[in-house]
Design a protein around this ligand. Structure first.
Ligand SMILES: [Mg+2]
Length: 403
């Protein structure tokens, strides 16, 4: 018998105990590029370095998107000359210049910069971003597809089956509204929603997961409960954001009355707001948006707050394929991740190699540094901005409402 212990000890002893100092790296520019995905504007942000490494991020499309140019110019003096690999330091620095919260646009700009910094950190170290986060806890990322909002079942069934056949996706999200929720008698809104879901269940494979997004437009708590009860017999994956997010105690009271999983969080900005929601017992699933909350740096903190309440994370992700890449790396390293929202996109020339689902999952790219995608900078030379702004709903009495 051969004694290998001496040899093993010698091997371990030979492992280096010091490393060469990392080569200096300094931020030299932050730039915005106005592009689109189909008919919606998308803002890409690059952070450039003196070593030629460029990192990429995508800002949330709150509107007005043209504001991002001046906001990035405002942040640049804070970043110029700094080492982009100090991601948490620079994220804190951007947050700390404001005594007041930076707001939706400020947070989205910080998110885009944060993501460009993570991309650089990965590329400079020759690692995928998820490897900088402690490595992957899962091998692939399950997605659900948000279908067009309320297609007739004759349209919805082939649409969902088509995505299933092409990408293996077996989880979907639709709108519950088959009649106008602002003007119809509420009982009819609920009746139509229940019949719609029953019809889909009868015509789609039994294992499909189907969620419904009520889009924060219900104004009476009892109505939210009624709608959830209409969907309940057909077992939704979750019932999303029936009401506005601002008043946290409502969410605890609401969830206590529901027998379906309640999901919310796309309009919350930070771990403190999620903590307030969860302390009220206000969600079964949280849905932070990585491009809203200030980026991966804050997203991980939110996930840990949720984990401490035994609540999983299903990220809101309606932006473009670069935001999907940010989410993929977050999800890869997040123990309490559940499922990622995903939009099938057929027209996005600015990214060469978007992550596409296989078997309903996005696959990690362990051989690609940073986000693992390549932006086509030739395409970015042409400003492809398209104006879009959300419209308020005008109710039958002439007053307005969230849409
Ligand atoms: Mg939503």
């Amino acid at each position: 018998m051969t004694d290998t212990s001496t040899k093993q000890y010698a091997t371990a002893k030979a492992a280096p105990t010091t490393i060469a100092a990392a080569a200096p790296l300094k931020i030299t520019a932050v730039k915005a590029y106005f592009q689109r995905v189909e008919e919606r504007p998308r803002v890409l942000v690059s952070v450039e370095t003196d070593a030629g490494i460029v990192g990429w991020g995508e800002a949330y499309n709150h509107g007005p998107d043209k504001a991002y140019g001046p906001i990035l110019d405002y942040f640049f003096p804070l970043l110029e000359g700094e080492d982009p690999r100090r991601v948490t330091f620079l994220h804190s620095k951007m947050m700390h210049i404001g005594r007041f919260p930076p707001g939706a646009l400020g947070m989205a700009a910080i998110a885009a910069i944060d993501h460009a910094l993570w991309d650089i950190a990965g590329k400079a170290n020759g690692l995928p971003v998820y490897q900088l986060l402690g490595g992957n806890v899962r091998d692939q990322i399950r997605v659900y597809a948000t279908a067009i909002y309320h297609p007739h079942p004759d349209e919805a069934v082939p649409l969902l089956m088509g995505m299933n056949e092409k990408y293996g996706i077996d989880a979907f999200k639709l709108s519950p509204y088959r009649v106008d929720p602002y003007s119809a008698r509420w009982g009819l809104v609920c009746k139509a929603a229940g019949e719609y879901f029953r019809d889909l269940r009868a015509r789609l494979p039994e294992h499909f997961e189907i969620a419904f997004d009520a889009h924060a437009v219900i104004q009476e708590q009892a109505h939210a409960v009624q709608l959830a009860q209409a969907l309940e017999p057909y077992e939704p994956m979750f019932f999303e954001e029936p009401m506005r997010p601002e008043h946290m105690p409502v969410w605890g009271r609401l969830k206590a009355k529901l027998n379906v999983p309640l999901a919310t969080g796309e309009s919350l900005y930070n771990r403190f707001e999620f903590l307030a929601l969860l302390q009220e017992g206000g969600a079964d699933i949280v849905q932070p948006d990585i491009a809203v909350v200030g980026g991966l740096t804050e997203m991980r903190r939110i996930a840990e707050v949720a984990d401490a309440h035994f609540v999983p994370v299903a990220p809101h992700n309606p932006m473009g394929p670069l935001a999907t890449a940010h989410n993929l790396h977050f999800a890869a390293a997040c123990p309490n991740f559940k499922i990622l929202e995903y939009k099938v996109t057929n027209d996005c020339p600015w990214i060469k190699d978007p992550y596409l689902p296989v078997g309903g999952h996005l696959q990690l790219r362990p051989d690609r540094p940073g986000w693992g995608v390549e932006i086509d900078t030739n395409v970015l030379k042409v400003d492809d901005y398209v104006h879009w702004e959300r419209q308020a709903y005008v109710k039958p009495d002439g007053s307005t409402a969230y849409s």
